[in-house]
Design a protein around this ligand. Structure first.
Ligand SMILES: Cn1cnc2c(O)nc(N)nc21
Length: 279
């Protein structure tokens, strides 16, 4: 499986990390615009030096309880950083957004992949993604970040998430987005209880039936810190355990905070998977 953007390819026959590069005010200790850019570039450099394949740039927090951000504000946060990264590095850059305008401007600025936690359901998003002509990750979310964790419920979380992803694949194909440009993501922590999240991890391999790459993000999420009763920043071991389980179940891209440690963990998994495949 090879992912193709306008200018580069990514060989998905081995697992990759996607490094989280949040450019939201709450992801910075207080500092002016220069400090934010400087901090973002230093963080990007660290993750790339560690071997991460993709940098995921997000200008709107989507953690539980987060409020939405205006398009103009999101653009101000992400476009300068994408432009600066594009001038310095030739890595894959993904834009973490649900807004059509941000998708278009970010790809124009050099983003190679659209990562939409709302799976192109916002106004104009399907059209913008079709026009952008880059790979798109569509992720399952029940409700909206502000309220999604109030009372998540499913008939059968695996079947329900699968049905959602099937419907989004169809919606993308209807507007001319080629199926082989899609990545799927069950959306850990987005409208799920602890049990729902671990059911989705335990049965992650059932999503291979779509024949598309799987992208997962569990790093420092409630499925780790609630289970371990620890602060998110103390959840490296638990997050790495989730990454191992996901990769051994065939996930191709793991979205993480701790790129350095996860790159090593993925190398061990890759070597083990190669033995299973008789390589
Ligand atoms: C932006 N973001 C936060 N968590 C995420 C997850 O689990 N998957 C994807 N694709 N994006 C995420």
């Amino acid at each position: 499986m090879i992912l193709k953007s306008k200018t580069k390819t990514l060989d998905l026959s081995r697992p990759h990390t996607m490094g989280i590069l949040n450019v939201t005010p709450d992801s910075f200790s207080d500092g002016g615009r220069f400090n934010r850019m400087d901090a973002a570039l230093r963080h990007a450099e660290e993750m790339l030096a560690a071997g991460t394949s993709i940098l995921d740039i997000g200008g709107e927090s989507t953690r539980p309880g987060a409020d939405e951000v205006a398009a103009e504000q999101e653009l101000e946060r992400v476009v300068p950083v994408i432009e600066a990264l594009r001038q310095r590095f030739d890595c894959w850059i993904s834009i973490d957004t649900s807004k059509a305008l941000v998708m278009s401007e970010a790809v124009t600025a050099g983003a190679d992949l659209i990562n939409d936690v709302r799976a192109l359901r916002e106004p104009g998003a399907l059209g913008a993604a079709a026009k952008a002509g880059v790979p798109i990750c569509v992720m399952h979310m029940q409700g909206q970040p502000r309220t999604m964790q109030h009372q998540p419920s499913y008939q059968d979380v695996i079947a329900d998430v699968g049905d959602f992803l099937a419907e989004r694949i169809h919606a993308c194909e209807q507007v001319g987005i080629p199926r082989d440009q899609l990545l799927l993501d069950p959306g850990y922590g987005f409208g799920k209880t602890l049990e729902h999240n671990y059911q989705l991890l335990a049965h992650l391999d059932e999503f291979h039936r779509f024949g598309l790459p799987l992208l997962v993000g569990m790093s420092r999420k409630s499925m780790v810190f609630k289970l371990l009763n620890k602060e998110p920043a103390d959840c490296l071991a638990g997050s790495l355990a989730c990454a191992v389980i996901a990769v051994m179940k065939g996930a191709q891209i793991i979205r993480v905070h701790d790129a350095k440690e996860t790159v090593d963990v993925l190398k061990v998994c890759e070597m083990t998977l190669a033995q299973l495949r008789g390589e």
